[in-house]
Design a protein around this ligand. Structure first.
Ligand code: PLP
Length: 842
């Protein structure tokens, strides 16, 4: 604030001593030693790799925070529009390697650490992943932060600082076991801001009264107050000094202390109860991917986070002393799925109850400010909150929702006076027992744009779940922004040798900022030398993964075999069950082959990884079956190297960085129309792997970009799914004959107790096969056979890989963020000042 500023005459001293990040190797070493000896209170006699990691991270954090300060000052002085990305999940992964690469100081750090007695790889490996997310949605938010900073957009992320991120997965006797992920022991990447706090209210009552001027006022009173404390994580842009902020809120008891009176009277346990209850709000990430469970604590998390973030955003806006009508020119807020939809209601409440605006004026500001990204059409994932729960926890917000709904339904009725059914269908309140608040509808009504995340998905939301809203608001409110990934982490960091090879042919590392420059690679599709290097890099990446497999599972795999990988959350719609049934079919086929026939077969390693939601029993059964099949196949002497089945424990971002560059083929085989986009499909292709997939999500656009000769597509189309499901239920449902043989084998007990897998088989045989496994199985096997054949011609295979990579420019998250900026946020980048340099080594 102005009061805290240093008077003009004393500012010279500040400028003279202003903090600067290190610029040379020597300075870096000095910083590391200083942090070891002072911040960490250690010395050269007890500095292990963990301490060296912390000190190196602190040195980079210092550097980032000075740039962060400059960036924030520049943004404040420029007084332009800012973007706020609200996401309940940020799956960031590791920060050190990313920071080193983005500021262009990895070689400096490598040399400095070597001088101090450490190997940079060992130091990078010390870092615990920041795993504040479930899967694609959270990782997308992380890629977006990287692009927003790299493209110099003034943008903040807002999220929750969970004490426990996504659980750690262990496999015990073939079963998934969940272990808590306590990641905050010491996190050098965050800045606690104990001075930035917001009091958040829950429960209580609403009182209406007339003020002294006779104006109707509303006050939300009583209830419980919890404190939100800000923790800031600096987000470095690539090849720019711009450093943005991710602000994560942590919950704390409002008094900050336990109850002394209870303590003094001997009631020790309940004296800390309030404190614990408050801290519970930000304690855990809900481990469900694409599933809504409607728990009160989750709604508490959502309001806590949204209210703290809006308070912060409004506080920043009010400093500018502008009129409220200018709010949408200064602020764009993006809702990453419906989780932050309460922000719509909270902003309306602030403007109405606290700032005294009239309803229409307030609502016009609100509905111009928000954009909503839909991530799924799966019914079980669409958030709904029970009205009684809402009434109790957020009584004023429920009133406002009812009013928003009333005005909305009135406009619908005026526009479509004869359509009574329409009103019930689009009402934000579902007339069920109990009544429910439909969060997606609230998000649509409260936003000026709604987007899907791949073309097919954006078309589907317009023709299915949000069809009525297209009729009401017109088609222009609905748009598509196909997801993207950051090539910094997913190529340069994960696959440094491939990045280097590409740089050598495309005129330097400019392709990391303009991914379309990959096009240049098409010239080398027939270049023998280039292809040889390409193949060597892929082989080296496979050797690296084979070592990881050996250390974690004790299975030896042959790096020359075809690596077939499916890593992602385990979900019936993603159809890992189809993959493992295919593996069983392959196993049975091998068992029936003559030695001569076996010689002709391409050896394969089938690699799986991914977490199941702890309460998702069917997903856990799939993991169990994969592990049991592995246990049988991997030790069968008839099979040898021809087939290995691996389940990699605890799939997360840092493991993805090892796994993805090592794939020959990866599987993206969701039932058509169920996967909104997928992003790992893009990562695998960008790393020189081919994919086998269904016509779903971004697979379709990947095909359009890279060409249908370079992808193995199969399966029924989205438009046929409904009829097929209908025929399963009402017609005769015959199981594919190859699949039936697989089921027979499972039932014989070849892979352990058949009873353990009866629900998995029964879902297909007896319960309608909702995900169309049997319908797609035959073409799946057939397409896998084509993969086998194609892999035998390595020369052609590599040409396909190179061509594909050359055509992947579209899938950069930079393209995606530019589209959001232009078509949804209306925000411009803010170029760094002249003379700013980030020190990037070309
Ligand atoms: N989980 C992790 C750890 C990831 O890194 C990714 C994407 O890279 C995903 C999940 C999303 O994968 P998919 O797009 O295959 O669902």
């Amino acid at each position: 604030s102005v009061e805290a500023s240093i008077p003009e005459p004393q500012r010279e001293a500040w400028k003279k001593y202003a903090a600067h990040g290190f610029k040379t190797k020597e300075d870096f070493e000095k910083e590391v030693v200083r942090h070891v000896e002072t911040t960490l209170a250690r010395s050269m006699f007890n500095c292990d790799e963990g301490a060296a990691y912390s000190a190196a991270s602190l040195a980079f954090r210092d550097r980032l925070i000075t740039e962060w300060n400059r960036t924030q000052q520049r943004q404040t002085f420029s007084d332009g529009k800012r973007v706020y990305y609200l996401s309940l999940e940020f799956l960031m992964g590791r920060a050190l390697d990313n920071a080193m690469l983005n500021v262009g100081m990895k070689d400096v750090a490598r040399g400095g650490l070597a001088d101090l007695g450490f190997r940079i790889e060992d130091i990078i490996d010390q870092e615990h992943d920041a795993a504040l997310g479930n899967g694609g949605l959270g990782r997308l938010a992380a890629c977006f932060l990287d692009s927003l900073a790299s493209l110099n957009y003034p943008a903040w992320g807002y999220g929750l600082r969970y004490r426990y991120g996504i659980f750690k997965q262990e496999i015990v006797d073939g079963y998934q076991v969940e272990v808590p992920d306590y990641w905050l022991d010491f996190n050098p990447w965050e800045f606690p801001r104990h001075d930035v706090t917001v009091d958040i209210q829950f429960y209580g009552n609403v009182r209406k009264y007339q003020d002294s001027q006779g104006k109707q006022q509303v006050s939300w009173e009583g209830g419980e107050i919890v404190k939100a404390v800000a923790f800031d994580v600096p987000i470095p842009g690539f090849d720019t000094p711009a450093t943005n902020n991710l602000r994560l809120w942590s919950s704390k008891a409002a008094s900050g202390e336990f109850d002394f009176q209870k303590f003094n009277s001997g009631d020790y346990e309940s004296s800390v109860a309030d404190q614990q209850r408050a801290e519970t709000i930000s304690a855990v990430l809900y481990p469900n991917d694409n599933l809504d469970r409607g728990k009160e604590l989750r709604l508490k998390q959502q309001y806590f986070w949204v209210a703290a973030s809006l308070y912060d955003i409004v506080r920043r806006f009010k400093k500018s002393k502008r009129a409220w009508s200018e709010f949408p020119d200064q602020v764009a807020i993006q809702l990453n799925d419906t989780h932050p939809t309460l922000a719509v209601v909270e902003l309306q409440r602030i403007l109405l109850d606290l700032e005294g605006l009239e309803w229409d004026e307030a609502w016009s500001i609100v509905s111009q400010t928000f954009g909503y990204t839909n991530h799924t059409v799966l019914p079980e994932a669409l958030e709904k909150w029970s009205v009684p729960l809402f009434q109790n926890l957020l009584p004023r917000h429920l009133q406002i929702i009812y009013e928003i709904n009333l005005y909305f339904l009135q406009t619908v009725e005026r526009k479509f006076p004869k359509e009574r059914d329409l009103l019930a269908r689009v009402s934000i309140i579902e007339e069920s027992q109990p009544k429910m608040v439909r969060m997606a509808y609230l998000a649509i009504v409260g936003s000026h744009k709604v987007n899907g995340v791949a073309e097919l998905h954006s078309d589907l939301i317009k023709t299915t779940i949000f069809k009525d809203f297209v009729k009401i608001f017109g088609p222009d409110k609905f748009t598509n922004v196909t997801n993207g990934i950051t090539p910094r982490r997913w190529l340069h960091q994960a696959n440094p040798r491939l990045s280097e090879l590409i740089a050598s042919k495309t005129g330097g590392i400019g392709f990391l900022k303009d991914l379309n420059l990959l096009n240049e690679l098409e010239k080398y599709v027939d270049d023998k030398e280039f292809k040889k290097e390409w193949a060597e890099i892929k082989y080296a990446n496979k050797v690296r993964l084979a070592k990881h497999i050996k250390t974690t599972t004790d299975v030896t795999v042959n790096p020359s075999a075809l690596f077939d990988i499916q890593v992602k959350r385990i979900h019936e719609y993603k159809r890992q069950q189809m993959n493992i049934f295919g593996v069983i079919h392959r196993y049975l086929t091998i068992k029936n082959m003559t030695p001569e026939e076996r010689k002709k077969l391409a050896p394969r390693v089938s690699i799986f990884g991914g977490k199941a939601a702890p309460g998702y029993w069917m997903a856990k059964t799939i993991i169990h079956l994969i592990n049991n099949v592995g246990a049988v196949v991997n030790k069968d002497p008839d099979v040898g190297d021809l087939l290995k089945v691996i389940f990699l424990e605890d799939y997360n971002v840092s493991k993805a960085e090892i796994i993805i560059p090592a794939s020959d083929i990866s599987e993206h085989i969701s039932t058509a129309g169920t996967e909104a986009s997928g992003t790992s499909n893009m990562k695998f292709v960008l790393n020189g792997g081919l994919i086998i997939g269904t016509c779903d999500g971004a697979n379709i656009e990947i095909t359009r970009e890279i060409g249908e000769d370079n992808i193995f597509l199969f399966g029924n189309l989205a438009e046929d799914v409904e009829d097929l499901r209908h025929s399963h239920t009402y017609g005769s449902h015959t199981i594919d004959s190859d699949l039936a043989k697989v089921f027979e084998e499972i039932k014989k007990g070849t892979f352990g107790d058949a009873g353990a897998f009866s629900a998995l088989v029964g879902a297909i045989e007896d319960h309608g096969d909702y995900y169309l496994v049997s319908d797609d199985f035959n073409t799946y096997l057939h397409t896998q056979a084509l993969v086998d054949e194609a892999y035998k011609n390595q020369d052609e295979w590599i040409s396909k890989c190179i061509t594909s990579v050359a055509r992947m420019g579209f899938f950069s998250s930079d393209r995606c963020i530019n589209e959001y900026a232009e078509s949804i946020w209306n925000v411009e980048p803010l170029a760094p000042e002249n003379g700013d340099t980030s020190g990037l080594q070309k």
